[in-house]
Design a protein around this ligand. Structure first.
Ligand SMILES: O=P(O)(O)O[C@@H]1[C@H](O)[C@H](OP(=O)(O)O)[C@@H](O)[C@H](O)[C@H]1O
Length: 225
């Protein structure tokens, strides 16, 4: 079945938050982010689905749900940001910072800190900054801010364009010739012209993701950071 669509999202979320996982399933996590970016699912649907996993009785599921949430907030933009910047969700996150499981507690604190930094100039998301300040005021200790968290939201990843041909070689898409997006420029490419992957820290993307050949050479040459 197709990797995208609501069914694709639901399956990917089940995979990415399975209690059997020994480490995060980055492919399923990326697929979830792609579903949101391709607008297969709304930010509201995603956050409601993740919330259910956050309060699973198994703390491992909660921790994986937090990691999925972290990736969605980093990679999916405003539709997700506006869903978490509300009293209900901030109350949920505060509850997780009081978890008896240290892994869950520390991950929740780390994420709220990163979001507060990322949204420091976004007046519409100020409830996140207020929540961070409240938790700090209550004496919580926060881990040091990671470089990719400090860079997160420094630059927004571009929206993905749609079209019928590869941006580079003009090959027409069809049943065999599938569409692919470069995560750096957001343009459409055939698999031949977008076969490489790179992390894009300036967009807060730590995991290697698909980029087109021109963006690959731009990002790997010394001039471009
Ligand atoms: O293969 P399809 O069913 O057409 O779906 C395409 C894949 O999900 C591509 O992901 P990728 O860029 O990671 O390959 C995505 O960029 C395209 O927009 C989708 O149309």
């Amino acid at each position: 079945f197709s990797s995208s669509g609501k069914g694709g999202f639901d399956r990917a979320l089940e995979k990415a938050t399975s209690q059997l996982l020994l480490e995060p399933d980055w492919d399923a996590t990326l697929q979830i982010c792609d579903c949101v970016r391709q607008k297969d699912v709304t930010g509201k649907y995603v956050i409601n689905a993740i919330r259910k996993k956050l309060f699973d009785k198994n703390p491992r599921v909660t921790l994986y749900a937090l990691q999925v949430l972290e990736s969605c907030v980093k990679n999916c933009g405003a539709t997700v940001h506006e869903e978490i910047a509300c009293k209900q969700f901030m109350d949920d996150m505060k509850e997780l910072t009081r978890s008896s499981n240290d892994g869950v507690k520390n991950k929740a604190l780390e994420m709220i800190q990163a979001w507060a930094h990322a949204f420091r100039n976004e007046s519409g998301l100020k409830i996140v900054v207020e929540t961070f300040n409240q938790l700090k005021g209550e004496g919580n200790t926060f881990p040091p801010l990671r470089e990719s968290d400090a860079m997160f939201m420094a630059e927004k990843a571009p929206e993905w364009v749609d079209g019928d041909r590869c941006h580079t070689c003009r090959t027409e898409f069809g049943v065999v010739q599938r569409k692919h997006h470069c995560r750096h420029c957001g343009q459409l490419f055939c698999s031949k012209c977008s076969s490489k992957q790179l992390p894009i820290p300036k967009f807060g993307i730590e995991k290697a993701v698909r980029v087109c050949d021109p963006c690959y050479s731009k990002l790997t040459s010394r001039t471009e950071t």
